[in-house]
Design a protein around this ligand. Structure first.
Ligand SMILES: *Cc1c(COP(=O)(O)O)cnc(C)c1O
Length: 422
């Protein structure tokens, strides 16, 4: 099946007489005929569900769909994108370890890594997108557990050179984790470029309607934990789980099964079945929406580039963008629907412009069907220092426009009338 077909068909296949549409199993618990069978479930020797904090049939079918979309061996939904990135790291990093991370990532992830993980004893070593291979390699040592990047950074729109990071990570026997939220697997599948673990905030384009917060981790199954020789949490008995050895019990799907059996069990950042159901509705129309988002964003970027009241435009789909070559390599079908730009006159003019928009509304969200607008420096990224802002590719005049799937003429007319007010 091609990606558009998988978005509709993968995950749930009803049998004779069963509901055509993915059912919502709104049940915390499951019934078993024998204590012995339940015991086997607890030992992870038979597949099945025991408690919805750990797994649920509705959730599982959406996990299977996303694993199929990304080309992985397994996936785990989480209650949010933050939870996905947290668990993706904690699954293989402990106090005393470090991770090596691109600075061009979502502000919430920077907070999580730079401050909260630090409190847990995990150090994050950031590198800028301009860093050379040698500079990135120099950050990696014996306690480095993973390299982390974001396919298209929210909101800086810097395109990650996934293949380059994969080579560097693998030369040091550590996996590459990529947050693929903005492109979604419709536009980019990081595993095809050597990425080992993919994370998502499904809250964005995957849900696509600004209805449900959620996240996902996908395991490529390609990283050889045994050969790397430094991931005992996967290759040696887990005392918290009757001595299970994840690489022995689950083979290529060791990482994702450990994340569920151990971390989801303990942290409980579980998605609700109804949330998985709604996410699935979004996934069904994802390729159609993404195509329109990209078309509209391209048209908006080209309009802004010619506008006298705009000082700069950042959209990797523009031929003038320094990101264009990387975008063509990793995102040939389109980048995403988000465009950022500077309004001439700086912060004040940008505020006036935003307040004058009628169709595009000011919200703390991107990547849904409605056109929306945000000023990151004073909102999503306000916790960052000036230096961190620069490293994340954000300036004080940056306006982030999330171009929706409305008629392009209506979007452009709205922008034009708002520019006329300044
Ligand atoms: C929004 C976002 C997150 C956080 O996801 P939530 O679902 O809001 O918790 C992580 N990474 C990226 C790239 C995002 O855009």
């Amino acid at each position: 099946m091609r990606i558009e077909t998988k978005c509709v068909q993968a995950g749930y296949q009803p049998e004779n007489g069963q509901p055509r549409i993915l059912p919502i199993y709104q049940s915390t618990t499951y019934k078993y005929d024998s204590a012995e069978h339940l015991g086997k479930l607890f030992d992870l020797t038979v597949p099945g569900h025991m408690y919805t904090r750990i797994s649920n049939p509705t959730v599982e079918m959406v996990e299977e769909k996303i694993a199929a979309l990304e080309g992985g061996v397994g996936a785990m939904l989480t209650s949010s994108g933050q939870a996905a990135n947290l668990l993706a790291v904690l699954n293989i990093a402990s106090a005393g370890d470090n991770i090596v991370c691109s600075s061009a990532i979502y502000g919430g992830t920077i907070n999580l890594f730079a401050f909260t993980l630090k409190r847990l004893g995990i150090e994050t070593r950031f590198f800028t997108p301009e860093a050379t291979d040698e500079e990135i390699s120099a950050l990696i040592d014996g306690r480095t557990r993973l390299v982390f990047g974001e396919t298209v950074a929210n909101p800086a729109l810097i395109v990650c050179d996934i293949g380059r990071l994969a080579s560097i990570a693998h030369a040091h026997c550590v996996p590459l984790v990529i947050d693929n939220t903005f492109p979604t697997p419709v536009l980019c599948r990081p595993i095809e470029f050597g990425c080992d673990i993919v994370t998502h905030s499904t809250t964005k384009y995957m849900d696509g309607h600004a209805s449900v917060v959620g996240g996902c981790i996908v395991d490529s199954g390609n990283f050889d934990w045994g050969k790397a020789g430094k991931y005992p949490e996967l290759t040696e008995p887990d005392e918290s789980y009757h001595g299970v050895v994840y690489t022995k019990s689950f083979g290529r799907a060791a990482y994702i099964n450990k994340a569920r059996a151990q971390l989801m069990r303990d942290f409980g950042c579980t998605p609700q079945p109804i949330a998985a159901f709604m996410l699935n509705l979004g996934l069904e129309s994802l390729p159609v929406r993404i195509e329109r988002h990209c078309q509209n964003a391209q048209a908006v970027a080209e309009y802004l580039e010619k506008h006298p009241k705009v000082s700069w435009v950042n959209y990797p789909g523009l031929a003038s963008s320094p990101q264009h070559a990387l975008a063509q390599k990793y995102l040939p079908k389109g980048v995403c629907g988000v465009v950022s730009f500077g309004v001439r006159g700086g912060r004040e003019a940008a505020m006036k412009f935003m307040d004058s928009l009628k169709l595009a509304q000011i919200v703390v969200h991107v990547a849904d069907a409605r056109t929306s607008v945000l000023h990151p420096a004073s909102t999503t990224h306000r916790q960052l220092t000036d230096e961190q802002l620069v490293d994340a590719g954000i300036s004080a005049d940056l306006v982030r426009l999330s171009v929706g799937i409305e008629n392009i003429e209506d979007i452009l007319e709205d922008l034009e009338q708002a520019f006329n007010k300044i």
